[in-house]
Design a protein around this ligand. Sequence first.
Ligand SMILES: C[S@@+](CC[C@H](N)C(=O)[O-])C[C@H]1O[C@@H](n2cnc3c(N)ncnc32)[C@H](O)[C@@H]1O
Length: 279
Amino acid sequence: MNEEMQCCVVTCEKPLDKTYWDNQYQSQMTGWDLGEVSPPIKAYINSLENKNASILIPGCGNTYETEYLLQQGFSNITVIDIAPTLVEKLQEKFANNKNIKIILGDFFEHHNKYDIIIEQTFFCALPPTLRQKYVYKMHQLLNENGLLVGLLFNRSFEKNPPFGGSKEEYEKLFKDAFIFNQFDVCNNSVAPRQNTELFIEFKKNSETIVYLYGFQGITCNGCMNTVSQKFAAIPHIVNVSMSSNYQEVLIVSDAAITLKDLQNEIAYDAKYIITKINM
Ligand SMILES: C[S@@+](CC[C@H](N)C(=O)[O-])C[C@H]1O[C@@H](n2cnc3c(N)ncnc32)[C@H](O)[C@@H]1O
């Protein structure tokens, strides 16, 4: 089995689902929790002028960002988290505050539109197989010119979660679905994360269409590269990114494409099946 195909022990033996995250909160195993809004996000919030902007914080945890946003007068904040123990606590903490909506649920099942989505150790908490789905969902949830803002780790980890990554990897993943307004190593991270985080401000690219498809039949990187190159050669397709388990493919195009266009490209091998995912 090659390195790319090695399974992630945590996610295979212990899925990173509602039960996993709830147990972390119940047993107070929350090593990621900074106890305060992270300095780069605080500085970014300070630069925002429109206090009525609709803001989503997915995988919000104790959401110190929200406390800071409320202190600064922001009035349209939504937070979502999958862990019931945590959400119950948030509901008590922010009881009767009409400027915040607290949702217990799965980010990937959430539907609405936002001006800004704040990323703070949510991406790195997800199994890497969900990265294409994350890009698709973020694009879907943002208004025109909407912004995905926050921090991504620029390092790897021996124990997961968190799952790391690199600027190069993220560039390939988000390319053309988003315009990279800011994408730099952060100079004001908290001490333990110094020089290991990238600050991002990605603007939704409203000129492109982002599709997510289910895929079956690929078992190695060689086939993944071949299939990806075939899709990338279809007129109007500007980016193709396949999930690390080869089961999802993110396609970005500058004009509408059809499932048939994609099926035609892989028709040479009957084991390949591509299907539309409805989210
Ligand atoms: C590493 S913690 C980060 C929490 C918070 N953002 C922080 O920085 O303190 C990841 C959070 O994502 C939540 N989470 C994981 N998967 C989720 C999903 N699919 N939908 C919503 N929340 C999820 C977990 O319950 C957890 O609170």
